[in-house]
Structure formats: structure tokens, C-alpha cells
Design a protein around this ligand. Structure first.
Ligand code: F3S
Length: 391
């Protein structure tokens, strides 16, 4: 790879140990993928924050990097394993909380903004069209590339941290125009309504098309909430980092692919059925990806004057919760006995096996709820989730 003199200084250790290690990771990645040079990035999002996933080995590496590492660009974090302020209420142990805080402290020493969310684009880490970034949460990557038209590869935690510490990323993959063109057309004939149905669409597309970049037609409109659900699910079931939707997403495509698949109402129904297991429900979680302010308002109004009878987590970003606090939504939700869990989610929190059955509007939540946390799952609309919670 061709490095600039500044990049060579980083690689030679003139800016210290962490920057040198960071450049080493990026050069190795660039060599593997045939990048010719580094390009500047202006925004980073680092995944691999939950102590449940990092454990002691991951934390030691972070602490080492934090000895002299300082980020050069706006950098935020993916959800942590707990609400950083109200972890006790979520049943998190003292031991886990102490270790999770050590992780957050290490990131903080590097100058990373410790907003822990998979929707950084809702809370101030929002790149514009064409901007080169390095993000590492799969749903956020898909949203940034597809909906915002920014450019990021699917970074892992270490390569995203490397980009943060150097302000660079190797130029390959989704940073290049010719790697962003659609390969297959997906004609959606199904009528879609609500986050859970868009999540089901992501499952269908992911399973039918894998990582191929699709050009989706037949979706006249979609809300931010529906798009974030689609991104999360499509990235989960297909490993996808980019798609285009006619009339909605901003990338210009040079040619519409000839190869076409059709998605019908039956496909969506079958995907929803496949995610509905036989189970009783003792845990309801909404906010995967993290809930928007509009979702919190909607849920608050739905719960007003009611009382939930199950464990209910509404997961969101801390700044979104702060706005909900100010607007009285938190009081309405928590008055009904549900919990707003900021900074975390039902997948990265250490709750494996703690519940029997999870009801959620998130197809991604279903995938990891059953695969990682060993719950039986049910995919339903937000309204149905709330009915289930108060039943
Ligand atoms: Fe976000 Fe957790 Fe879902 S990181 S996309 S809320 S699994």
C-alpha cells in the first residue's frame, strides 16, 4: 500500500504505540483486500463493547491501546452489556457492572464518546451522503451505506478502533463506486406495514439473496423505524452491508440488474411464521435497533394508564432517553412498570437463559434471542408486543 508521509510516521511509531498498532491493523487489512491507499474517515462507530463478548482478553487489549491512544475523529460506541446508570434495575450483577465500567473507562481514555448505541445516526454521529466512515455494527453499517449514502465497509471492533486512532481506513469495498452497484433486482409485491414486517422482509431478502447488493422496487414509502428494522434484519440474515430502494435510498445506480426475484405477501407471512415459536412469553423487548424518540412517544401513549405483567425492556440510546425524560415519556412508560434500558439491548446484555419466551418486533432480536440467549421467540408488531406485555 502507498502510505503518505504522515501515515508512515504513524506506522513507524512516531505517534506512539496505539497509533502504530492501529496502522498495522489497517495496513494488514488493506493488503488482504488489495487497497492501494488509505483514505480519511470522519466518523467511527466501534462495536465489541459488551464485557460479555470482550471478556478479560478483549479488555486487556483495550487497556493497552488506551495507554497512549487518542482518537482523531468523532467516535461513538455500540451498545454495552448494561444500562451504564441503572444496571441494577435490569438485574445485572455487581461483578459484571464493574468489568463493563472498566471497558467504558478504557474507551473514554481514548477520547471516544461513550454513547453506546447501534443508532448513532439518531444521536449526533450522522454522516452525510458520500462521506467515508468506519462503522462496525452491522445494522448501522447497512443504514449508513443504504439509507444515508455514506460509505463504510463492515468493520470489526479492532479495525474500527484502528480507523478512530488514525483517522484513516484502507480504500476498498464499499468505499469504491464500482463496488456499490446492485447485482439483483428484488421486486416487492407484498404490502408492508410496521417494523416487524420490514424485519421479515430483511429475513426473506437475506435468505434469498445472501450478500448480493439488491435493487429493491415496490416499496412506495418507509419510515426511519421501518428502514432501521429492515437494515438490522437484512444484515443479520444475509450479511448485507448495502441495498438500494427505488425512490427512497440516495445512491445513483448505473444499471438496474436483469436478474429479478419477487417477494410476495406469502413470503413475508412465511418469514413471520418461521420466527414464531411455541412458547409462553415472560420477556418483551422493543428497540432493536435502538428505539427512536417517536417510538418512545408511541409506546408511552399505548402504555398510559396500564400495567405490564411481564419484564419489559424498551432499549434506546442515552440521548434519546434524555429527550424522553424531558417529554414525560419515560414517566409514562415506567409508570406502567416497563423499563427503558439505555446503552444496552436484549442481545448484548448478559441475560442468557434468564427468560423463557421473548416477544419482540425485531427479526434480528429473534435471531439472536434464540441463537445466543436461548429464548423461545415470537415476532410481532409493537402493538401486539404491548398487548402481550399487559396480558
Ligand atoms: Fe442494536 Fe442490539 Fe439490536 S445492538 S441492532 S439493539 S441486537
Amino acid at each position: 500500500m502507498q502510505l503518505t508521509s504522515e501515515e508512515k510516521k504513524m506506522a513507524d511509531g512516531e505517534y506512539g504505540y496505539a497509533t502504530q498498532k492501529a496502522m498495522e491493523i489497517l495496513v494488514t487489512l488493506g493488503d488482504i483486500y488489495g487497497a492501494e491507499r488509505m483514505i480519511p474517515v470522519s466518523s467511527v462507530q466501534v462495536a465489541g463493547v459488551s464485557y460479555a463478548n470482550l471478556e478479560e482478553a478483549g479488555l486487556e487489549w483495550l487497556a493497552e491501546m488506551a495507554k497512549d491512544g487518542k482518537v482523531r475523529v468523532l467516535t461513538t460506541l455500540n451498545p454495552a452489556g448494561m444500562d451504564l446508570e441503572e444496571w441494577k434495575r435490569l438485574g445485572i450483577s455487581e461483578d459484571f457492572a464493574r468489568n463493563q465500567q472498566r471497558v467504558i473507562d478504557a474507551f473514554s481514555r481514548m477520547g471516544i464518546i461513550t454513547t453506546c448505541t447501534c443508532t448513532p445516526y439518531l444521536v449526533g454521529n450522522v454522516p452525510h451522503f458520500g462521506e467515508h466512515i468506519a462503522w462496525s455494527e452491522s445494522s448501522a453499517i447497512c443504514y449508513a451505506n443504504s439509507v444515508l449514502g455514506a460509505r463504510t465497509n463492515r468493520e470489526g471492533g479492532p479495525s474500527a478502533l484502528g480507523a478512530a486512532l488514525t483517522g484513516r481506513t484502507p480504500e476498498y469495498g464499499f468505499h469504491l463506486d464500482n463496488k456499490r452497484q446492485p447485482q439483483v433486482k428484488a421486486q416487492v409485491q407484498a404490502k408492508l406495514d410496521g417494523t416487524y414486517q420490514f424485519g421479515a422482509l430483511g429475513k426473506v431478502l437475506g435468505e434469498k439473496l445472501g450478500e448480493k447488493i439488491s435493487y429493491i422496487t415496490g416499496i412506495p414509502s418507509a419510515s426511519v423505524e421501518e428502514l432501521k428494522s429492515l437494515c438490522a434484519s437484512y444484515a443479520t440474515y444475509g450479511g448485507v452491508a448495502l441495498f438500494h430502494i427505488e425512490g427512497i435510498t440516495p445512491d445513483r445506480v448505473s444499471q438496474i440488474p436483469v436478474e429479478t426475484v419477487t417477494i410476495t405477501d406469502e413470503d413475508i407471512k412465511a418469514a413471520i411464521n418461521a420466527l414464531n415459536q411455541e412458547t409462553s412469553i415472560d420477556f418483551v423487548s422493543i428497540g432493536c435497533p435502538h428505539a427512536t424518540l417517536a417510538e418512545l412517544e408511541y409506546i408511552a401513549n399505548k402504555l398510559k394508564g396500564k400495567q405490564v405483567k411481564k419484564e419489559v425492556w424498551i432499549t434506546t440510546a442515552r440521548p434519546t432517553k434524555q429527550m424522553a425524560d424531558r417529554m414525560g415519556f419515560t414517566k409514562m412508560i415506567e409508570g406502567a412498570g416497563a423499563k427503558i434500558a439505555a446503552d444496552t439491548c436484549c442481545v448484548v446484555a448478559p441475560i442468557k437463559g434468564r427468560f423463557v419466551g421473548l416477544a419482540t418486533d425485531s427479526a434480528k432480536g429473534c435471531y439472536y434471542g434464540s441463537g445466543k440467549n436461548r429464548f423461545k421467540v415470537k415476532l410481532m408488531s409493537i402493538d401486539e408486543c404491548i398487548e402481550e406485555a399487559i396480558r
